[in-house]
Design a protein around this ligand. Sequence first.
Ligand SMILES: [Zn+2]
Length: 79
Amino acid sequence: MPNPKRQHSRSRRDKRRTHWKLRLAALGACSHCAKPIIPHRVCPFCGYYKGKPVVDLTAKTQRIQEKKEAKAKAVAQNA
Ligand SMILES: [Zn+2]
């Protein structure tokens, strides 16, 4: 198996690593609420896709609220 003959210097290693960087995600604007969103995804803020409502976010927030209340109830019963 081929092996490196010599250890690379710190400088050489770091020069290689200068290309490791994060890029800012390409964001589009929601056509309904104009918030920045990932393209080709349902808007997480209003649940719209291509100008039409796809996800009912009011139902989702209601479910979360019900879960929170149930948890608070359970904590109160145990205390
Ligand atoms: Zn939106």
